[in-house]
Structures are given as C-alpha cells and as structure tokens.
Design a protein around this ligand. Structure first.
Ligand SMILES: [Zn+2]
Ligand SMILES: [Zn+2]
Length: 254
C-alpha cells in the first residue's frame, strides 16, 4: 500500500542525448488510492520504468509537456507493452493540441500497422488547451504555453494531485508562464539544460537562479541536464534529479 501523500520517482531525468547515461524525461507520480501517472514519456521510458522497478501496466495517464521524442517518443513502446502483456485498463494520454495525430504517426513510423490494431484496452488522447485547466484521470491539470518549438504548442504543466501541486517546466526558454505554473506548488521540476550558456528555447541554471525569487513554490528540482550542468549540480537552493530518485511529498502542502 502506498504511503499517504505523493511519491514522485524520476525514472528518467536526462536530456535528449543520453548525457550522464541517463534515461530521457519520465517522471512517475503515485498518490494513494489512484493509478500512477507519468509526466513525459521519452523514447527510453519503458526501459527506465522497468529499471526503476515500476510496472508500466499500472499507469493510468501520461501527461506530455511537448511533442519532442525525448518527451513523448516512449508512448508507442508503452502502448505495445500493454498490448503484449494483456493490459485491459485504458491508457489516457494528455498532451498539447496535435498529440493524437503525432502519436498515430509515431506508432506507424516505428511499428507499421500498430496505430489501428485492435487491442484489449483503449488509448484515449485528451488534448490540453494552452491556458486552460481541466481534470484528466483524477488529476487537475493547468496548461501554460511556453517557448520551445516542437510542432505543437509546448506546455508547462501544473498538476494537482490530492492536496499537492506539482509544477513542471517541460523544455522552454525563460517565460513568465513559469512563475504562474509554479505559484503555490509544493514541488517545481524544472529543466536546467546548461549552467549559464544560452541555448535557444531552453532554460539554464542561471535563468532559474536569476528568477528564483519569482518562483513562489516549495522545492525546486532540476532535471534534463546536459553534461555541462551535470558537472555543476551542487547549487544552493536547488535540488537535482537523478534516475531512480524518489521524492516523497507530504499529504498536505506546507
Ligand atoms: Zn527535451
Ligand atoms: Zn524539447
């Protein structure tokens, strides 16, 4: 039985290119009495989940920040794993406008015929409207458009799980959407791609440090780090993710 509160496991905490030998973005969230969900599902995520001892068949919903392969490319593998292990529970995918078409395309490119095959479970896609809020799979989700071209509107996400709020930057240049998404959250998961080098459409650690006062949230955990940033992980005021790291959030926000 799960502990009270919310358990966040970084199954994958890496960037797109395997820096540090890490798996791509895949954050597993479990709250008592509900099916666990993922926040992003990069191409390596099925392996990442199994390496962390997490059952892919339990996952009820996958929230997707944006449609880059290191954030959504694991979905075809997750769906097919469900198909070949006799999954019956529906799988909900909640992502930016365009997610349904891109998922279908990805499945057809990687495993021709897989998009339309009959399965014992449904894959239900919910497209999140930038600036909107809704409830998906029992989780409240607010979406904030950020700055990261990826063929569809990229989103920062604010997820309300029981009495806890988890905010996630996805990939983005600094934007005022981030303080809005993070306000009052117990945990902000933020990409810190490079230490201070300016990479278009990505956050650096220096961006987050310069704007830390605007982030009215509890813990800030850095993820999606390049080799450059992995060499400078130890920064006051910030924690860092690693594959397999588990963070326990209390039942109540403090
Ligand atoms: Zn990325
Ligand atoms: Zn990206």
């Amino acid at each position: 039985m799960a502990e009270p509160g919310v358990t966040v496991t970084f199954a994958g905490s890496g960037d797109a290119f395997g820096s540090g030998g890490r798996y791509q973005a895949c954050i597993h969230v479990r709250a008592q009495g509900a099916a666990p969900f993922l926040v992003d599902c990069g191409a390596t995520s099925l392996t990442a989940l199994k390496a962390a001892g997490l059952d892919p068949g339990e996952i009820g919903t996958v929230f997707v920040s944006h449609l880059h392969g290191d954030h959504f490319g694991g979905l075809p593998f997750l769906v097919l794993d469900g198909q070949f292990t006799g999954r019956t529970r529906p799988l909900i995918v909640a992502g930016p406008p365009g997610t349904a078409a891109r998922l279908r395309q990805a499945m057809e490119v990687l495993f021709p015929g897989s998009a339309e095959v009959a399965r014992r479970f449904r894959v239900e896609v919910t497209e999140l409207i930038p600036g909107g809020r809704t409830t998906v799979g029992g989780v409240g989700v607010a979406s904030f458009e950020v700055s990261h071209p990826s063929g569809a509107p990229p989103l920062a996400l604010r997820l309300t799980v029981g009495r806890q709020v988890i905010a996630y930057s996805g990939d983005t240049a600094w934007t005022d959407a981030l303080p809005a998404a993070a306000a009052g959250a117990g945990l902000l998961i933020a990409e810190a791609y490079y230490y201070d080098k300016v990479i278009p459409y990505h956050l650096s650690f220096a961006d987050l440090a310069a704007h830390r006062d605007e982030l009215a949230c509890g813990r800030v955990v850095l993820t999606h780090m390049s080799a450059d940033m992995l060499g400078r992980e130890d920064q006051p005021g910030f924690e860092t993710a690693y594959d397999g790291r588990v963070i326990q959030l209390p039942e109540f926000r403090v």
